[in-house]
Design a protein around this ligand. Structure first.
Ligand SMILES: [Cu+2]
Length: 90
């Protein structure tokens, strides 16, 4: 019985890891060094976002999120609502 419980816990933690996604968004309207702060804040406030690295020099946002909780559209909406429209970079 105990073994079964451990196995179940192991399987559910594996599927939680599998749900993490990392994408790169292009945020062309960032025009100064403080813009990334606003963009990053908008992204990390989205439920499910674990990490957001936003760089002014490249105008890119690299976002790690749980795809059970949000998706690309949710991330794009978050930056757009903060005044910085973004698009998925592939
Ligand atoms: Cu700025």
């Amino acid at each position: 019985m105990k073994k079964l419980f451990v196995l179940t816990a192991l399987l559910s933690s594996t599927s939680a890891l599998a749900a993490m996604q990392t994408i790169t968004l292009s945020v062309p309207s960032m025009n100064c060094v403080t813009c990334p702060i606003t963009v990053k804040k908008s992204l990390v406030n989205v439920d499910g976002v674990e990490k957001a690295d936003v760089t002014y020099a490249t105008k890119l946002a690299i976002v790690t999120y749980d795809d059970d909780k949000t998706n690309v559209e949710g991330l794009v909406n978050a930056t757009s609502n903060a005044g910085y429209p973004s698009i998925l970079k592939d």
